[in-house]
Design a binder for this molecule. Sequence first.
Ligand code: AMP
Length: 389
Amino acid sequence: MLNIALFGPPGAGKGTQSDFLVKKYNLFYISTGDLLRKEMAGRTKLGLEAQGIIAAGGLVPDEVIVQIIENTITGNPGSNGFLFDGFPRTYIQAYILEGLMLKLHTSLNRLISLDVSEDVSVRRLLARGVTSGRSDDNETVIRNRLREYAEKTRPVLQFYRDRGLCVEIDGAAPVEVVRDRIDAIVQEELGKQLFNVVLFGHPGSGRGSQGRALAARYGLEYVATGPMLGEEIARGTATGRRIVSLYESGQLVPDEIVVQLIERKLADAKGVKGFIFKGYPRTLVQSYILDALLKKHGSSLARIIVLDVPTLELIARLDARSQTDRCMPYDTSTAKIVKRLQEHETKTVPVIQKYSQRHEVITVDGTGTFDEVFARLSAVIEDGLRASR
Ligand code: AMP
């Protein structure tokens, strides 16, 4: 998700630049001014409350703003990202925005502040007033709006400077120059974003082979917890020795160990475009852990895919594999195979259900040849990559 706020005094060009950003990056546009004008046109309780304040050039109370903005933000969790215009306008609103973004497991990437002098603002707003039909585009109200901006809104910049999120640019430059500067900032943000995929599927559905091939093709890092544990054992690390003793006593490897390994993968992976997780998360607890780990790296899941193969075919595939040298220690008998399929059903299916409440979960037909399935998965990945650029 890419979340951007355009900041600046009235007349700085936030609305003009928003048009371009929304179209180019397919962002969900939220202008509190527009939302308030809609409330006023509908003569709702909130609209009537705001009317007098807006007409006088004041700021509408934060309690009203939170009511009009919360539903809009939380009602569109699947969007590519949000573009905020004219919000946040007070310190309290900056905290409100932080809380609402957290609720969606995301955060504001950048606040872009368009600097313009008071003279430029007044000149532009008076010119707009000729055609906008907005009652607040007249000189007395404009002066009030600018005073409110200087007193209550400009200090909000410090909130974002403190968090390293603020970029200030010259908003008095020609529209195209400002647009290109904003575009460069957005491009830089997108370049930092990781494209993360979780590949779900029953044992035998082909997650491993497809996941590795997808990772190679799209420059993603393949993260499979099974092989990661094996690597630790092979390297003879202290963790590896602990894992061996757990295996020997028939115990599961606890989440604390797996978390450390994944955390290290995320921290060490420089220059990758993102990650493909396979075999993780397997339980609800692990799904919360993964969300938190990605959040810590300023990232989230871009695509969640379920590779779907009918149960009978899964059993046939696992049974066939068990007759070859690719036989895994956990596939040596039918009882073990059935147990693994059951485990997936009881522990991992609820994880998929949990994700489907907040994300779009894409089911891909896993039957057919390797190439056929790979082509289907590639289409999903490419679609995701396009949407995130
Ligand atoms: P705008 O369309 O952003 O210029 O907003 C027009 C008017 O709506 C402002 O002068 C304020 O009275 C009110 N308004 C818009 N957004 C906010 C906000 N985030 N907080 C308080 N008042 C707002």
